[in-house]
Ligand binder design. Structure first.
Ligand code: ATP
Ligand code: MG
Length: 400
């Protein structure tokens, strides 16, 4: 069947009252961006839904791409018909006969255009009767039809659609502002970033590494994770922080039980400084309550104390199994388990304090002058902008 449109429905977006226009504009921009490699298509944004005008493009790879765009509740392939009975009948018959394996059907008419002279119920009967009279061995089943044809009679035209394809839901990336994700090479932080993006957050990422203790490949792994994240939001800027000198100083001068807490506090301070510079108003981590020594209530308290920025922790109440499930679903897991050392594991003390006391941490830190190290370190940050790799686009193009 030759579909000529895709209907995109917003779901939660429609609840947003006055902000709605902002959300739909952002969504339209994201859809156009994601589909930029399909030059023939047109994105037509309306108040309560959006249309992709296919202009002859194959809808399959376009749907494939759209199911990963946050802010789309569901989608349907559609045929646009003029608002008159004869045209609707003709196209509905074509849809019914050209769809494979259909023995039963149902018609659901929605008439938002009250100028159309026939009521919904009556039109269901008229069209149903017409389809029965012009086919053989096909019957009506209102409970479990093989094909449900929705006839959506609107002001500008009528759209015939059949099944609904589930979208990624959430909010369009960019509609909830920007946040800085502390991105390690582990399993948790990429999932935290993904979940924040699902709520409309545009990401920048910061990664701490410790050359030569951590290898180039560990850094590559993080950039690969950032690239996966960029798929959901066009691009992700990654700030790479050479952390070695400061880590060595902490290792030398802070009692070992407290070195991890101090290291985390440094990470927070540096992250806040980068966020400030970039005009970003919050931080995101992959922390999950009780998972490891640095994620007890006492640790979080001591670590969080260095910043007034909101720290968003999308995984705080999740079990590791649940986190791994998401990581697998979004194809991050295989990258996350590549066996390269993380800066924190290199310097991790044998027995980190699970209940660090804030006064003690502050006391230890007062003995080391770290301001200058921080300044140097901020100077040495390398920033890269990661976009969806061409190979991903190529793979999409091959589907055409
Ligand atoms: P992850 O799987 O995200 O590494 P984790 O379970 O290993 O998390 P921790 O090592 O305690 O937990 O790290 C807690 C959080 O601190 C991480 O989720 C991440 O947000 C941040 N973090 C840890 N290491 C780094 C790093 N090298 N660079 C940037 N952020 C980091
Ligand atoms: Mg980790």
């Amino acid at each position: 069947m030759q579909y000529d449109h895709i209907v995109i429905r917003y779901g939660e977006l429609t609840l947003k009252g006055r902000n709605r226009k902002l959300f739909t504009t952002q969504l339209a921009q994201n859809v156009r961006q994601a589909l930029r490699h399909f030059p023939a298509i047109k994105v037509d944004k309306k108040r309560d839904r959006m249309y992709i005008v296919l202009n002859g493009e194959n809808p399959e790879p376009i749907l494939e791409r759209c199911i990963k765009i946050f802010g789309i509740q569901n989608m349907s392939l559609a045929i646009k018909v003029a608002n008159n009975e004869e045209d609707i009948k003709e196209q509905a018959l074509k849809l019914l006969t050209e769809t494979e394996n259909v023995q039963t059907f149902k018609i659901t008419t929605k008439r938002s255009n009250k100028d159309f002279p026939i009521g919904s119920q009556e039109f269901n009967h008229i069209l149903g009767g017409y389809l029965l009279a012009n086919t053989e061995n096909i019957t009506v089943d209102v409970h479990q039809p093989d094909l449900e044809i929705t006839v959506d009679i609107r002001t500008e035209a009528t759209y015939l659609t059949s099944k609904k394809i589930q979208g990624a839901a959430g909010l369009p990336v960019g509609s909830s502002g920007k946040s800085l994700l502390l991105l390690s090479g582990g399993i948790d932080s990429p999932v935290a970033g993904y979940l924040a993006m699902k709520r409309g957050v545009q990401l920048e990422a910061i990664h701490f590494y410790s050359p030569p203790y951590t290898s180039e490949r560990a850094k590559e792994k993080v950039l690969d994770l950032a690239e996966k994240l960029s798929f959901y939001g066009h691009s992700v800027k990654v700030h790479i922080v050479p952390f070695t000198a400061l880590q060595q100083k902490i290792h030398r001068e802070i009692p070992h039980g407290y070195s991890m807490t101090v290291m985390r506090r440094m990470m927070m301070r540096i992250s806040e400084a980068v966020a400030k510079k970039e005009g970003i108003l919050s931080l995101i981590t992959g922390e999950s309550l009780g998972q490891v020594a640095s994620q007890t209530m006492e640790s979080m308290h001591a670590i969080n104390a260095v910043t007034n920025y909101p720290v968003i922790r999308p995984l705080v109440a999740m079990d590791k199994d649940e986190i791994i499930n998401i990581s697998e679903q979004i194809n991050m897991y295989d990258i996350s388990i590549r066996p390269y050392e993380d800066c924190c594991t290199v310097f991790v003390p044998k027995a980190p304090k699970t209940k660090p006391r804030l006064e003690k941490v502050e006391q230890f830190e007062a003995n080391i002058a770290f301001e200058k190290d921080m300044e140097e370190l901020l100077e040495a940050i390398e920033t890269v902008e990661i976009e969806v790799k061409d190979k991903q686009q190529q793979a999409l193009d091959e589907l055409l």
